[in-house]
Ligand binder design. Structure first.
Ligand code: GCU
Length: 613
């Protein structure tokens, strides 16, 4: 950094020879591996104000306070209190009720169950920032749009309900009485990602952890440490330091395989590396989910991680895990448990343990990035993962801002999870209607994914067409995908079950095929003839017939039935049966297994023996 540039900067802080750009100019790069950083949790009870008319944001003439009159006492983010009894103040966070963070607001308060709009959240905190250190506020996820303020200053706006984001607050934080305020708006919008129409509940709120993260003046912001594509003995990647103002060194250590690699970083703060690890690596797999202790050390900090090393690739119709063909015995799941947004480690363990009990070696985390706990637990428990961004159904494919939003969500999830061995597939879409604009949109997302991560496979849940009774999987974007995945609902949304096993499917692609969704509803505990919809016998028969059909599909290398557990959906209203739930779960929202669960479990047990893994 040339010091002569310093005088052009309006506000800058010089700390012991380091020049810190003002927080707003500092790269707001996403911090990853937060569980191994120096953090202070802000989880707990936050005051909230329901603001359907956004009174705390707009003046009565629709002027945005933080643009036109930032210090207005009427702007909720100023957390204003009467200075004398004559003053007019029409809100008070401290006298307002509280919501638990993390958690959706819909299932915490009956009068918020269907609420779609703005709710303000406020949390006060004290903080003693060590001299020369820097402070960030980090959000695991906020659905859908968050406008974040600290001590009345706007930190930024984040769009996207399922990815992490953070802001530097070094120059704004005080020792006492900081007030962190969020305007959270979960309204569904045609040009958002997802758009306005989804088959899942629009859970609003601060739905994942919030924490403060303290870093040294120069800190390890990001790194990728994975097996290099096409090798199984070379560990490669990059390291990014933030705040660097002179050449620095970093050391990557993986003691168990005698790796100790020093890396030179220039003032740009980035460095790529390759490490020959010889033949000492014990590869990660569902049967043996080996994780190594990895550390990155600089002159200012030592950060630990747990990373598994494995190769994933395709060869013709085969998926090869560590060079051996693998069949993905999967299940789809929403980030939902017992009728509420899942969050935290316990929920992750419960959902993934149920998947293991079903006999899975793979899970499709639909239709959006789940919490980091899910990926960390999948690493530990041995489950391969399909991660997806919510480019779902009718996205506004001609809208550039919509594309950039989708691209940003992809960047945020890949930045967070690119060191997780369990993640083998990035998915860019689900059941999107065909058009040239959609093909361009998805092509660009696929290209973008490859710029961020060359080591994983790329797919999307496609739709198929039918010609003279033959199912055809020839979606044009299949050309750019590594795996051809498609959803089909024979026997539920059409097609006859009795003849399903004789159905024919074809695809022009010599690539692995995954049936990414099939299934049907059953109300748990409802029994009757298999010909009658909604009972468990019908669902069991539907699974039996579909599996006999699916196993004949050419290049089939994976299945993920829809879905592990019943989940809330505003689209499912049949009284006494759905009652606002999609009932395709193999397990009810009250943790009761249905007959089809056991049929699928037996099927996977047989399949595991066939692939002897
Ligand atoms: C679709 C969609 C799911 C939906 C499911 C259903 O394929 O991908 O999000 O819930 O089918 O209709 O139950």
């Amino acid at each position: 950094m040339q010091f002569k540039r310093a005088n052009r900067l309006k506000k800058c802080i010089v700390i012991s020879g380091f020049l810190l750009l003002p927080a707003l100019l500092m790269s707001q790069g996403l911090l990853m591996n937060t569980q191994n950083r120096v953090t202070t949790s802000l989880n707990g009870l936050w005051n909230y104000i329901v603001d359907p008319y956004e009174t705390g944001y707009y003046s009565f003439h629709a002027e945005i306070y933080d643009q036109k009159n930032p210090s207005s006492s009427a702007a909720f983010y100023n957390n204003y209190h009467q200075k004398n009894k004559a003053e007019l103040v029409e809100y008070d966070f401290d006298k307002s009720p509280v919501l638990k963070v993390p958690g959706d607001w819909n299932t915490q308060k009956e009068n918020l169950f269907y609420y779609e709009g703005t709710i303000w959240y406020k949390r006060s905190f004290d903080y003693n920032l060590k001299e020369n250190n820097r402070l960030f506020v980090y959000f695991g996820a906020v659905n859908y749009k968050a406008e974040v303020y600290l001590n009345g200053k706007k930190l930024g706006i984040h769009e996207g309900g399922f990815t992490s984001f953070n802001y530097e607050i070094t120059s704004l934080v005080k020792q006492k009485n900081n007030y962190l305020i969020l305007k959270v708006d979960n309204r569904r919008m045609k040009d958002a990602v997802p758009a306005a129409n989804t088959d899942w509940w629009n859970y609003g709120g601060i739905t994942r952890d919030v924490m403060l993260i303290e870093e040294p003046a120069v800190f390890v912001q990001d790194y990728s440490i994975q097996l290099k594509k096409g090798t199984n003995r070379t560990i490669a990647g990059f390291i990014k330091l933030n705040g660097i103002t002179k050449d620095e060194k970093a050391v990557i250590s993986i003691p168990e395989i005698n790796v100790e690699k020093e890396i030179q970083l220039t003032v740009g703060g980035n460095a790529v590396f390759e490490i020959e690890a010889g033949n000492q690596i014990s590869y990660w797999s569902p049967e043996s989910p080996k994780l190594y202790k990895v550390s990155v050390k600089t002159a200012y900090q030592l950060i630990h991680d747990e990373i598994g090393f494995r190769t994933i690739e395709t060869k013709g119709p085969d998926i090869l895990l560590n060079g051996k063909p693998v069949f993905l015995r999967g299940i789809c799941m929403h980030e939902e448990i017992n009728g509420r947004r899942a969050n935290g480690k316990a929920d992750a363990v419960k959902l993934l343990s149920l998947s293991k009990e079903l006999g899975c070696n793979y899970v499709r985390l639909a239709h959006y990035p789940h919490s980091e706990y899910m990926l960390r637990m999948a690493d530990k428990m041995g489950l391969m993962v399909w991660e997806e961004i919510p480019v779902y159904w009718t996205i506004d494919f001609t809208n550039r801002a919509t594309y950039l939003n989708a691209q940003n969500q992809l960047t945020e999830v890949i930045t967070r999870d690119k060191n997780r061995a369990s993640v083998i597939i990035w998915s860019v879409a689900n059941e999107t209607p065909l058009s040239e604009a959609r093909n361009t949109f998805l092509h660009d997302l696929i290209s973008h994914t490859k710029t961020l991560d060359t080591t994983r496979l790329i797919s999307a849940a496609l739709l198929t067409r039918n010609e003279k009774g033959v199912g055809i999987i020839d979606d044009k974007i299949g050309e750019w995908l590594d795996i051809i995945s498609f959803n089909q609902y024979r026997g539920w949304y059409g097609g006859d079950l009795a003849t399903a096993p004789d159905a024919k499917w074809t695809t022009p692609y010599n690539k692995p095929v995954i049936v990414s969704e099939f299934g049907g509803d059953a109300k748990q505990g409802l029994h009757g003839p298999k010909e009658e919809r909604w009972n468990e016998e019908f669902q069991e028969y539907l699974y039996q017939q579909n599996l006999q059909m699916i196993e004949k599909i050419p290049n089939l290398r994976g299945i993920s039935p829809w879905i592990l557990t019943d989940f809330r959906s505003p689209r499912r209203m049949l009284p006494g049966i759905q009652d606002g739930f999609n009932r395709k779960g193999l397990v009810s929202d009250k943790d009761k297994k249905k007959k089809a669960f056991f049929l699928m479990q037996a099927y996977y047990k047989k399949l595991a023996l066939q692939y002897n893994r």
